[in-house]
Design a binder for this molecule. Structure first.
Ligand SMILES: Cc1cc2nc3c(=O)[nH]c(=O)nc-3n(C[C@H](O)[C@H](O)[C@H](O)COP(=O)(O)OP(=O)(O)OC[C@H]3O[C@@H](n4cnc5c(N)ncnc54)[C@H](O)[C@@H]3O)c2cc1C
Length: 286
């Protein structure tokens, strides 16, 4: 199906994008277009105008700034996959990016677009929760920072309000004793997560000093598995401890069930992916 007719604006700067958003309140931002354009073709979305921010200078790139890695919202999945900065300072995202879709999706799709779209089966949201990332959101009234824990508010819903633009994502660089891993059970056609789990764990003196574990794909939006985290902290990280921590990680009552996988099956998959991700994160904790 074709999209309905729309006006097209290309922004050359963040200021221009924000001014265009203010002047066209019903317009949609266009990043890589790999979620928005399919939705428009299916007529699930029919915005009267698109504001293309994919070429805005300053919105693309990955840099280390003190103890944080700063990722511009228009950075593509491919940029993430091949970033030396991320490989050294945030290996979790280097693991996640190559698992997204196919090469065409990774060449065009962006981190900011994926986070703002907040598809319940998208990969980055669980990672951003596990990493304790924060999002910088701009509007004509200024800038604000939203922690990942407050960013994903529902199915396809985030803290980004109308008239706002997600400009960058800030991720704490990995510290000594920290291990990071992502595991997903992917849909065989799209590669979207049916259940994905990201784990960031720190060990000190032979026990787990901190753990952030988050899931995607199985529920209405990505969320932390706080019971699993609490069961790990303070423990000697043996396989038995991990096994006990992930058992019943999430109740099927909190999960989606559809023709791909029932809620009960998704709960089982979360347990399996959580076990794998935590054990691998512990194994890489240096
Ligand atoms: C075949 C296929 C397979 C895929 N497989 C996977 C997969 O395995 N895992 C996965 O995670 N994803 C997958 N995706 C989705 C892909 O990662 C998309 O790139 C991503 O969801 C959207 O990013 P985008 O840059 O294309 O955004 P767009 O499609 O351009 O935009 C998406 C939405 O976000 C809004 N938006 C975009 N940028 C901003 C911004 N800076 N600030 C505020 N709002 C903004 C837009 O207005 C729109 O509503 C797949 C997509 C396809 C087509």
């Amino acid at each position: 199906m074709y999209t309905t007719e729309f006006d097209y604006h290309r922004a050359g700067s963040v200021q221009e994008a924000l001014a265009l958003l203010a002047a066209n309140p019903d317009a949609k931002l266009l990043a890589g277009g790999h979620s928005l354009i399919p939705a428009m073709k299916l007529r699930l979305a029919s915005p009267p105008a698109l504001i293309d921010v994919s070429k805005v200078a300053g919105l693309r790139g990955i840099r280390l700034e003190g103890v944080e890695v700063v990722i511009g919202a228009m950075t593509t999945h491919r940029d993430v996959e091949f970033s030396d900065v991320l490989r050294a300072a945030c290996p979790l995202l280097s693991q996640v990016a190559p698992l997204i879709g196919d090469p065409m999706v990774r060449n065009r799709g962006t981190v900011g677009g994926a986070l703002a779209h907040a598809d319940p089966a998208a990969d980055y949201p669980a990672s951003m929760l596990a990493l304790g990332a924060s999002m910088t959101i701009a509007s004509t009234s200024g800038e604000r920072t939203v922690p990942a824990d407050e960013f994903f508010t529902g199915m396809f819903e985030t803290a980004v309000a109308p008239g706002e633009l997600l400009t960058e994502i800030r991720v704490p660089a990995a510290t000594l004793g920290e291990g990071q891993a992502y595991e997903k059970f992917a849909h065989p056609a799209s590669r979207y997560a049916i259940a994905g789990v990201a784990a960031v764990v720190r060990t000190q003196g032979g026990s787990v000093s901190s753990a952030r574990v988050a899931m995607t794909g199985a529920g209405y939006h990505a969320m932390r598995l706080t019971k699993v985290e609490e069961a790990l902290v303070g423990q000697t990280p043996t396989p038995e401890v991990v096994e006990a921590a992930v058992r019943g990680a999430v109740s099927p009552d909190e999960l989606l069930g559809d023709h791909f996988a029932s809620a009960e099956y998704r709960a089982h998959l979360v347990e399996v992916q959580a076990r794998k991700a935590i054990l691998r994160a512990l194994g890489s904790a240096g």
